[in-house]
Design a protein. Structure first.
Length: 240
């Protein structure tokens, strides 16, 4: 009789994106410090978007076949549907990227590993965070604009109402209540200008210059713009 014991259930393959050569797993204290899934889970729609764009870019660079690229896009759509329906992370999912990688492998198999070609997790984090920022500033701008419209509507109803103006906490000449109401309109307009500046600053594709030359991938930024990742491509000196 053999002394080798065969486990009843084969352990699932880990999808951690680091530590492949370690002889043992991290301690619970390290996991508590390192895992960010509770914070970056909100980035999942943006990580899906940029990963779909990357699948197309890899096809454009002849790294993936057209069928592989389409299969990855289909798998990412399935992952998005699962998360949107309430799929929860596992304890082994240290961040949103590990979660999506695991689910994508479940959907399409080993071809999912090809999506890592030519990009690092730093690229994913930076790009997803910028996409989230672009979306957040747009939503904030829309909310501020609605508040400004409410102020305009209210100002028309109190245009003939008089109220005292103030200077250094002392009452001064009477003014229209609409004048006071609209004095808060223009600071909000300056806030909107700041939001637009933040959005424009975030809308730059943060590709790692040290990674792409080594990978020798003929990357085309137009693939990102074509896949609804509306970011400007700013080449670094090493990529020119």
């Amino acid at each position: 009789m053999s002394d080798v014991t065969t486990p009843a259930v084969e352990e699932k393959k880990s999808h951690k994106l680091w530590g492949g050569r370690f002889g043992a797993g991290p301690t619970a204290a390290f996991d508590a410090l390192n895992n960010s899934i509770g914070i970056d889970f909100r980035l999942w729609p943006y990580d899906i978007r940029l990963s779909k764009a990357w699948a197309v870019a890899l096809w454009g660079a002849n790294v993936l076949t057209l069928d592989e690229s389409k299969e990855l896009e289909r798998g990412l759509d399935a992952v998005a549907a699962r998360i949107d329906a309430g799929e929860q992370p596992l304890e082994s999912d240290e961040d949103v990227h590990t979660l999506i990688d695991r689910l994508l492998h479940e959907e399409v198999g080993d071809v999912a590993s090809k999506l890592h070609t030519g990009r690092s997790r730093n690229d994913q984090v930076a790009t997803a965070t910028r996409l989230w920022t672009m979306d957040a500033t747009q939503r904030l701008d829309s909310a501020v604009r609605m508040l400004q419209q409410a102020m305009l509507d209210q100002a028309t109803t109190v245009e003939t109402a008089l109220m005292p103006s103030y200077t250094h906490l002392q009452r001064a000449i009477p003014v229209s209540a609409a004048h006071w109401m609209l004095s808060h309109f223009w600071p909000l307009e300056r806030d909107r200008a700041r939001l637009k500046a933040a959005q424009r600053s975030a809308a730059v594709l943060p590709l790692a210059p040290e990674l792409l030359p080594a990978a020798r991938i003929p990357f085309r930024a137009c693939c990102f713009r074509a896949r609804s990742v509306s970011m400007r491509f700013r080449p670094t000196p090493s990529m020119r």
